[in-house]
Ligand binder design. Structure first.
Ligand SMILES: Cc1cc2nc3c(=O)[nH]c(=O)nc-3n(C[C@H](O)[C@H](O)[C@H](O)COP(=O)(O)OP(=O)(O)OC[C@H]3O[C@@H](n4cnc5c(N)ncnc54)[C@H](O)[C@@H]3O)c2cc1C
Length: 169
């Protein structure tokens, strides 16, 4: 409103009308955890399938330049669907905690894509299942076999990545 009132003081803008304003201000980028794994922009664009993948992510790299000078967007190649590793959700040094959403371990490029709501929700579902399964088994979250986690997620309707043959399950 301060900007609007100021603009109306300028010659020719006396009748300026405000048609729309957003109801809330949101922050795109926030802190990310120091995780056991940090997903990089390169991992993301390559569609890396991690041995501990818990979910997919699907959004372009989308950096709104901090200098205010436009957007750097890099689209995924046709057929590439990146994945999110469990270890990006586990803080380095504390395997008894699991984190979901925009703050998972990722560099700025990967985070600009991973932060969107579909990925945030998928990591939330995986984190919840993982925490419950770890508590049931009396283990930290890295002690839950990936195949067991996937089975539970699929049973509740999640789409999970196919683990690479080399994955420790
Ligand atoms: C302007 C804008 C436009 C966007 N547009 C889109 C879009 O079109 N599509 C899309 O998919 N994504 C969009 N995003 C991105 C997406 O909405 C967010 O990245 C995503 O919602 C993040 O989810 P989250 O659960 O990680 O965090 P949040 O949704 O931020 O949730 C964190 C929650 O924790 C709460 N909290 C914080 N501190 C504490 C505390 N100490 N104790 C208790 N609670 C606390 C907060 O109140 C909040 O409710 C947009 C983001 C912004 C800012």
């Amino acid at each position: 409103m301060r900007i609007y009132r100021f603009l109306r003081t300028l010659p020719g803008l006396e009748d300026l009308r405000l048609d729309f304003r957003a109801s809330e201000v949101g922050v795109r980028e926030s802190v990310t955890i120091a995780a056991r794994t940090t997903v990089t922009g390169q991992d993301y664009l390559a569609g890396r399938v991690w041995a501990d993948s818990v979910c997919h992510s699907f959004y372009p790299i989308d950096i709104h330049r901090p200098d205010g000078n436009g957007i750097d967007k890099t689209h995924l190649r046709h057929g590439v669907v990146p994945t999110v590793p469990r270890d990006a959700m586990v803080p380095a040094g504390n395997p008894y905690a699991v984190v979901a959403g925009r703050c998972i371990g990722s560099d700025q490029a990967a985070n600009s894509a991973l932060r969107v709501q579909a990925t945030a929700m998928a990591t939330g579902q995986a984190a919840g299942a993982l925490a419950a399964m770890a508590a049931d088994r009396g283990t930290d979250v890295t002690g839950v076999p990936m195949t067991d986690l996937h089975r539970v997620l699929v049973r509740s309707g999640a789409i999970v990545p196919t683990l690479p043959a080399s994955a420790e399950v």
